[in-house]
Design a protein around this ligand. Structure first.
Ligand code: UD1
Ligand code: CA
Length: 453
């Protein structure tokens, strides 16, 4: 029989230590708000009921937590009286009657399904409270787990700990599972006589024991349980997330030469046998098909790269760039909202925006689609098998037919039919011997100046 579980996610804190104009749970990790990571992991562990406790930036946090996969019910904590008080804001949900209550913190975003399951399993095996702990070399700021004879006897907050207790390196992640029938009774008994004058959720351990209940701690990796109170910890959490995601991709068949220099987003998709060279940044919304090569120092967001295509070095793909199979976007090129056809080449120093480029077309170095008139954006359509000479300006709206040729240096303002040759530049004029005459005159001026001084 599956046991019914409610997850209560705390996200009402003031985020004082973050020193930010927004709640810390809105700060992104892998380009996604921390709170979304937490809700996604809970959903991924098979829990379908989530109660979210909100305070600062309540509306924005509630919106960020709506990731589609689960039903999220919101509760407001109007006063910040501590984590124990915060959980009780979801009293109505807890009182509906669950076998298990799982508590998670919005500022512990790297959690995966594994430790959540371990805590719930501990309840099934007879514990009334199961706290997820982790061992760390940097315990400062965390509550310490006090264990005797294999049972958890208390969680001591740093501010209330003795020197000996502070030396303990087994820490409270903040995540715990509580027996659903006991939860409300335990939570309501929490008081606030401690160094911070707050209602500490962590007191449920001692309260459960005083009522004859059993508390245990389950161990989980630090890399999943690192919390985030300030910007330095945010950077650590980001690093841990990046390391995990890169590892997953490499294990799934993606090559990275210097993985520590590749930055991913929460939704980056990369296919098997793709090669990612050093110093590549993936913003949100990128998918790369198998066998594509992303050369060094490229920046991609909101784009799709098809099988066998190559990008960079030093390329920028912006939202709406869609590269066809085997196409090439080379160095110092920018592509935005544009289809680059199968086998087409955009190799050097080019801007292609609001455009369609047909299959096997070659765009010469320095070509610019002039898509913006200062007010509106306009489209450039280039057919298949066309050739755009270097340093051309294509003034949109404009279309260039299949197989057409645009002479180098052209400014194209009129449509070019298929297979036509278009010149859009002044004719070359020639004055034989004139360069030598100018040179002699300039040398004479220079000599006269020198004689004066
Ligand atoms: C808490 C734990 C500590 C643990 C650490 C793990 C307590 C008393 N301490 O400390 O043992 O090692 O997390 O990261 O629980 N929140 C509310 N309302 C409140 C207070 C907090 O919603 O009134 C939320 C915060 O938004 C945050 C979470 O609860 O998501 C934890 O609060 P925080 O103040 O960061 O607790 P820590 O001091 O980190
Ligand atoms: Ca915290």
């Amino acid at each position: 029989m599956t046991r019914k579980c409610l997850a209560v996610v705390l996200a009402a804190g003031d985020s004082t230590r973050m020193k930010s104009s927004m709640s810390k749970v809105l700060h992104p990790v892998g380009g996604w708000p921390m709170i979304a990571h937490v809700v996604a992991s809970i959903a991924g562990s098979g829990i379908s009921d989530v109660a979210l406790v909100l305070g600062r930036d309540a509306e924005r946090v509630a919106a960020a937590a709506k990731i589609g996969a689960v039903e999220v019910e919101s509760f407001l904590q109007t006063e910040r009286l501590g984590t124990g008080h915060a959980v009780l804001m979801a009293r109505d949900a807890i009182a509906r009657g669950y076998d298990e209550i799982l508590i998670a913190y919005g500022d512990v975003p790297l959690i995966t399904a594994g430790p959540l399951k371990a805590a719930r399993d501990a309840l099934s095996s007879g514990a009334d409270v199961a706290v997820i702990g982790f061992h760390t070399e940097r315990p400062t700021g965390y509550g310490r787990l006090l264990v005797e004879n294999g049972e958890l006897v208390a969680i001591r907050e740093e501010k209330d700990a003795t020197e000996a207790e502070r030396a303990i390196t087994w820490c409270n992640s903040g995540l715990m599972a509580i027996d659903g029938r006991m939860a409300l009774d335990l939570l309501e008994r929490i008081g606030n006589s401690n160094a911070k004058g707050e209602y500490y959720l962590t007191d449920v351990v001692e309260i459960a024991r005083s009522l004859g209940g059993k508390a245990v701690a389950v161990d989980a990796p630090e890399s999943e349980l690192t919390g985030c109170n300030n910007r330095a910890e945010l950077a650590i959490v980001e690093r841990l997330w990046q390391e995990r995601r890169r590892h997953e991709l490499m294990v799934s068949g993606v090559s990275m030469i210097a993985p520590e220099t590749v930055f991913l987003s929460h939704d980056t998709v990369i296919g098997q046998d793709a090669l990612i060279e050093p110093n590549v940044v993936f913003g949100p919304g990128v998918s790369i098909e198998g066998g594509a090569v992303i050369h060094a120092f490229s920046h991609l967001e909101g784009c799709h790269v098809s099988a066998g295509a190559t990008v960079g070095p030093f390329a920028r793909l912006r939202p709406g760039a869609n590269l066809g199979e085997g196409s090439k976007v080379g160095n110092f090129c920018e592509v935005k909202k544009a289809e680059i056809g199968r086998g087409a080449k955009v190799n050097h120093l080019t801007y292609i925006g609001d455009a369609v480029v047909g299959a096997d077309t070659n765009i010469g170095a320095g070509t610019i689609t002039c898509n913006y008139d200062g007010v509106n954006k306009h489209e450039t359509r280039i057919g298949a098998g066309a050739f755009i000479g270097s340093n051309s300006s294509l003034v949109a709206p404009v279309s260039i037919g299949d197989g057409a040729l645009v002479a180098s240096g052209s400014v194209i303002t009129q449509d070019v039919p298929a297979d036509a040759l278009a010149f859009g530049r002044a004719r070359q004029d020639m004055k034989p011997g004139r360069a030598a005459v100018i040179r002699e005159r300039n040398l004479a001026i220079k000599a006269a100046k020198k004689a004066k001084t």
